[in-house]
Design a protein around this ligand. Structure first.
Ligand code: SF4
Ligand code: SF4
Length: 188
């Protein structure tokens, strides 16, 4: 005998009174908030844009991204300058937007890392900056920096970032996450 399915009740299930269930009051409240922000921004813009929330991209670029903002991707470089990536394709597989393309190649003279990405490209016109590729990578070979990639333009086919652009991470500049980790270089 099968157990009938019971929908799970969540601990934070909202309890709505007649005021919320009428919806119209909440819709009006939302419109009031949107209108207030719009008029405030319009006013600050007309008074020299002091305090306006919007940024005129790409002419203006925000310098105050949060430290953990998921912006542009970088491919980690090994000490010899080659990519840490082993072209396992996990990031491309997990990517929900299917924007990573990898072509693997083999270099048997490099016994520690024989498989490497001959081509590694990300299409920023479709990337949703979810960070799943970073989470999935077993080699810590791909990371995301706070700054956003700058690909403004009318043609979405030009928004690809290729291996040479991505492989620009300079280990010495990232004191918080040095690569290779301290002490590991000597152990090799
Ligand atoms: S951030 Fe998300 S959408 Fe963008 S490449 Fe990584 S997995 Fe794909
Ligand atoms: S970046 Fe990481 S997950 Fe993606 S192919 Fe390279 S090693 Fe695999």
């Amino acid at each position: 005998m099968t157990t009938p399915y019971r929908r799970k009740r969540y601990w934070n299930e909202p309890r709505m009174g007649w005021y919320e269930r009428a919806y119209i009051f909440e819709v009006l409240r939302g419109l009031m908030i949107t209108g207030r922000v719009f008029l405030k921004n319009l006013g600050t813009f007309m008074l020299g844009r002091r305090g306006a929330l919007t940024t005129y991209y790409p002419e203006e670029q925000r310098p105050d991204y949060a430290r953990h903002n998921r912006g542009r991707h970088v491919l980690v470089q090994r000490a010899d300058g080659k990519p840490q990536c082993v072209a396992c394709n996990l990031c491309a597989t997990v990517c929900p937007a299917k924007v990573i393309e990898i072509e693997s190649a083999c270099d048997l003279s490099d016994a520690a890392h024989p498989k490497y990405p001959a081509r590694f490209a990300i299409d920023y016109s479709r990337c949703i900056f979810c960070g799943l590729c970073v989470e999935a990578c077993p080699e810590d070979a791909i990371r995301m920096q706070p700054e956003t990639p700058h690909f403004p333009g009318p043609d979405r086919t030009t928004m690809w970032s290729h291996r040479e652009d991505l492989l620009s991470w300079q280990p010495a500049r990232d004191a918080a996450k040095p690569y290779p980790p301290a002490g590991e270089e000597e152990a090799r």
